[in-house]
Write a new protein. Structure first.
Length: 625
């Protein structure tokens, strides 16, 4: 009997493999069609309801205004469901709708009345932008947005501010702007006023947000999905804190093994891509009033961590995503975020203009913001013009941050917070005014170029988790002691005020810190009374960033001198173990770590490697992207 059942199962699987199909979608199609290239579907959702493991959904050129909700996922890396833009064709998926029928109110102000039926169950002009750890500063912010020819306006909270505008000044509009909108809703209609200036909104393309996302399954565990080649934009994504359901323009919804690649994602109210948690493990858990300090926020998040482990957060079922070669910009919270974003690879992404409109603030804002990035590899990304480049918060264990290019970020390039290690940060170019903000134990910083200041968040009160090695299973909780750090073969370049450009920010830390073969130049200082490498105040490499089209170069002085400075090889044996967790500094797959490549991917000497991110410098102008 068992043999018969086995043969039936094998036969069924073989039939399914033979029947793997490619469905086609086109604006010229019909959802009553068969979905072939000759008779395509009209909507992506029609194909998403039919695609089974092994199938491909190919979408042809056009604009699709829909929230894609896949019905099924793949079964393995070899049996994926692939959603792809047709080769060489521009496919846009938008969370907005085009709105006509504007009526002039005078002084460049226009008004439109929209039936609430347009929005269905989600009216972004009723939904307030709120969640744990958000700071609205008394401002009223909704999930909606108004776009004129693709450019986002700014919301104001009173109609009088639209009629008598005071220019809004921010990084996106440093000279100030009065491109404002305001809305009111009742049971039947949503009314939007917008200040279009000399433009006639009935003759231009005006779009308003109508959906919370573009690609997000409404159920969990739809694994092994690939999304590639699309342009997705203009979604009313909500605030994605680590204790809220995290919904981005693309969101994985507690699944495993997605590949998100070669997409252009922009103009999200908050987040472009989320790899994070679902709703049932917590969706806004901070106590409304904790004046007595009974339940601090970090306790609430520890409870969420336990909730997620009970809800299947482990390597077999959650995470292991690949996010690569995407361009993500004009998102106001993050480009990529995720709480419990373990075992994932994030590389080759170009991220910029994140939180540049200053419409709200909060503690979860960065180009990349991860909690629980266990055994994650974040490498070869270009991150610039963000409030904060990369923020790894809690449970940064087994994580590697390697060969990333960061510049012109307004607060910090990298912030690692309340984690216990081991983690490795190597070969990065940190070129913003502030390179690093540090609040962890058990980290190794190797062959980086720190072109800005370094700072310490001295926090000895929060107890935060650490896991078993290469696992999500909790081993314990502990406060941070801000020690057990390693700094080998780095270059620290000082600035005009010559303060906090080297390792002196760690002077008051009493726990052990290990530092060797670093270069401190142009006023960057080592820790007091400790030998940590070469100090050369007179030398200034003068690193500068130069953007030429899609390429990026850095220019420097003294490349010959830099090439002569050598350190020692860095590997698992030399780095030892993180003191608290007792685990070695090794690769995510458990193999021994050896730093044998530089920023450009060139072979490093494993005997006497050059300090800094480049093994061999030839000339003073280097292409870095």
């Amino acid at each position: 009997m068992r043999k018969i059942l086995y043969l039936i199962l094998v036969s069924s699987l073989c039939c399914n493999m033979l029947q793997a199909r490619e469905y086609h979608v086109s604006p010229k199609g019909s959802d009553n069609n068969a979905g072939t290239v000759e008779a395509p579907f009209k909507t992506i959702n029609r194909a998403a309801r039919k695609a089974l493991p092994g199938d491909v959904v190919t979408v042809h050129e056009g604009v699709y205004r829909e929230w894609i909700k896949p019905m099924y996922g793949g079964t393995s890396d070899n049996r994926r469901i692939v959603y792809q833009a047709a080769e060489g064709e521009k496919v846009e998926i938008k969370g907005s709708e085009v709105i006509k029928g504007w009526k002039k109110e005078g002084k460049g102000i226009w008004k439109v009345v929209i039936p609430n039926t347009l929005f269905g169950d989600f009216n972004p002009y009723k939904e307030l932008f709120d969640g744990d750890w958000i700071i609205n500063d008394g401002r009223v912010t909704h999930l909606g947005e108004v776009y004129l020819n693709g450019e986002a306006f700014y919301e104001v909270d009173f109609l009088s501010k639209l009629q008598n505008p005071k220019p809004h000044i921010c990084k996106a509009d440093p000279e100030g702007t009065t491109d404002f909108w305001y809305s009111e809703t009742d049971d039947k209609n949503t009314t939007i006023w917008a200040r279009f200036g000399t433009a006639d909104p009935n003759k231009e393309c005006v779009e308003v947000v109508a959906r919370p996302t573009c690609f997000y399954p409404d159920k969990q565990q739809l694994d092994y999905i690939t999304i590639k080649g699309f342009e997705m934009s203009q979604a009313g994504t909500k605030w994605a804190s680590p204790t809220n359901e995290q919904v981005g323009v693309i969101a994985t919804h507690w699944c495993k093994g997605w590949i998100i690649e070669n997409n252009i994602i922009h103009d999200a109210k908050s987040t472009g891509i989320t790899l994070g948690k679902e709703r049932t493990t917590g969706d806004g858990v901070l106590p409304a009033d904790d004046a007595d300090g009974v339940k601090d926020g970090h306790i609430s998040y520890i409870e969420v961590v336990f909730n997620t482990t009970r809800h299947g957060w482990n390597k077999e079922t959650i995470g292991s995503h690949i996010v690569r070669n995407n361009t993500i910009y004009n998102c106001e919270q993050t480009a990529i975020c995720g709480t419990m974003a373990a075992f994932s690879e994030v590389y080759g992404n170009h991220i910029y203009n994140i939180h540049v409109k200053d419409q709200y603030n909060g503690y979860e804002i960065a180009g990349i913001k991860f909690h629980g990035a266990i055994d994650a590899v974040i490498r070869n990304n270009r991150i610039h013009d963000c409030m904060l480049g990369m923020w790894l918060d809690w449970m940064t264990q087994g994580t590697r941050v390697s060969s990333n290019l960061m510049y012109n970020n307004s607060w910090n390039d990298l912030f690692i917070e309340v984690s216990h290690g081991p983690y490795i940060v190597d070969n990065n170019l940190f070129l913003s005014p502030q390179s690093l903000y540090q609040s962890t134990d058990g980290g190794a910083y190797l062959n980086n170029l720190f072109g800005g200041k370094l700072g310490l968040q001295a926090d000895y009160t929060r107890f935060t988790p650490y896991q078993l090695n290469h696992s999500t299973e909790l081993k314990g909780v502990s406060p941070i002691k801000h020690g057990d750090l390693r700094f080998y073969n780095n270059i620290f370049v000082g600035g005009a005020d010559k303060k906090l450009y080297g390792l002196e920010f760690l002077n008051e830390v009493t726990s052990p810190i290990y530092a060797e073969d670093n270069l401190f130049c142009n006023g960057a200082h080592p820790m007091k009374e400790k030998e940590q490498g070469v100090v050369d105040d007179a030398f200034n490499p003068s690193f500068k960033v130069e953007e030429v089209g899609d390429e990026v170069y850095i220019t420097l002085e003294g490349e010959t001198k830099l090439s002569r400075l050598k350190g020692k090889s860095v590997n698992t044996e030399r780095l030892g173990v993180a003191k608290l967790t007792t685990y070695p500094f090794e690769n995510a797959d458990g193999t021994p770590f050896l730093l044998d490549k530089d920023f450009l991917g060139k072979e490093r000497s494993t005997v006497s490697p050059s300090i800094g991110p480049f093994e061999i410098l030839s000339g003073n102008r280097i292409r870095v992207w």
